[in-house]
Design a protein around this ligand. Structure first.
Ligand code: SF4
Length: 328
């Protein structure tokens, strides 16, 4: 249909005015991005528990840090709570991918709740390291962010006061029989700097045989670094309480793209962010589903002539087994 605004009469005929060409936008997708094996597994555990044991299934804490995922699981019959005292007796409860202090399964056992542990195996690995160091009589230093559920869970593997949380080297006071472990979702570069400083100051400090920062965090940061200097701005899809998503914003800025921003979904985009942007980098944290990335590309198509390219730094093919109670 030709509107009055877009047409004019010429010699008794109506001619459509051509719409001005839309500005071009190259969207550079960082790969890997989005869901990791630990998040996939945690979501599958909730879905399988619902299918096998019926609803409701209770989940202690957001299963992963993403509202979209949480709301979708709520729609299927999951109920999210913060503590076990919000759960009735005889309920099925799942612990989130971030891991929980030992007191949580102990309390679930005391109450005879049926529980499933969706702790990512790579977080469980850090828990095991903490146990080994403690048995060897070492003072454990945990490099991580105060208040993050993973940090609370890791510190809670051992008696209160056993694990010392540090965010910088100055916070380490005791130089004797030290061992460090880390949160799995830290900035790789920042952590290297902290560990180097720790090693310089405490040469006998013991660390993990293989880094505690997980493969998904490492790969997503590498992918952002690979695109940062090639784009004018970067959007990271992720939740404000998602540690690995927030680190991606920091890494993007440090790697040469100061205009980097976290968004939860396309509705949150402030389009003034795109002023002067011809090449947009796009990635997602490990708890953000791919459809949110695709919705942002579609939203861009509504305003720009979009061309999409993808920069892949590595392929991921890691899968974790499900607990026996929901497997197969
Ligand atoms: Fe596991 Fe890493 Fe994913 Fe966290 S980000 S759930 S540690 S794979």
């Amino acid at each position: 249909m030709i509107s009055q605004d877009s047409a004019r009469a010429t010699g008794g005929q109506t001619t459509a005015l051509k719409a001005p060409p839309r500005p071009r936008l190259a969207v550079v997708l960082a790969s890997p991005r989005g869901f990791c094996a630990g998040v996939d597994r945690a979501i599958l555990i909730v879905e399988q528990a619902l299918a096998r044991y019926g609803k409701p299934v209770y989940v202690r804490h957001e299963i992963v840090h993403n509202r979209d995922v949480v709301e979708r699981l709520e729609g299927k019959g999951a109920i999210f709570v913060e503590e076990l005292d919000e759960i009735p007796d005889d309920a099925t409860v799942i612990f989130s991918a971030h891991g929980v202090p030992k007191s949580v399964p102990a309390e679930a056992t005391r109450r005879k709740l049926f529980y499933l542990d969706a702790t990512c195996p790579l977080v469980s690995k850090v828990h095991a390291e903490a146990g080994h160091h403690h048995e060897a009589g070492r003072q454990i230093v945990l490099i991580g962010h105060a208040g993050h559920p993973e940090v609370i869970g890791t510190m809670g593997q051992l008696p209160s006061g056993t694990v010392l949380l540090v965010e910088n080297v100055e916070q380490v006071a005791n130089p004797h029989r030290l061992a460090y472990i880390t949160q799995t979702t830290l900035s790789v570069d920042d952590t290297i700097a902290i560990v180097s400083a720790l090693r310089a100051r405490f040469p006998d400090i013991t660390g993990p045989s293989k880094e505690d920062i997980c493969y998904a965090t490492t790969n997503r940061q590498a992918a952002v670094k690979a695109i940062a200097a090639r784009v004018d701005a970067i959007l990271v899809v992720g939740a404000p309480n998602s540690s690995n998503s927030r680190r991606l914003v920091e890494v993007a800025r440090q790697a040469g793209c100061p205009r980097a921003m976290l968004v939860q979904n396309s509705k949150e985009i402030d389009w003034t962010f795109f002023d002067g942007v011809e090449r947009l980098g796009l990635t997602a944290g490990a708890s953000a589903p791919e459809h949110l990335v695709q919705e942002i590309i579609e939203a861009c198509r509504g305003r720009f002539d979009v061309r999409v390219e993808e920069v892949t730094v590595t392929e991921e093919n890691i899968r974790f087994n499900l607990p026996r109670a929901v497997a197969g």
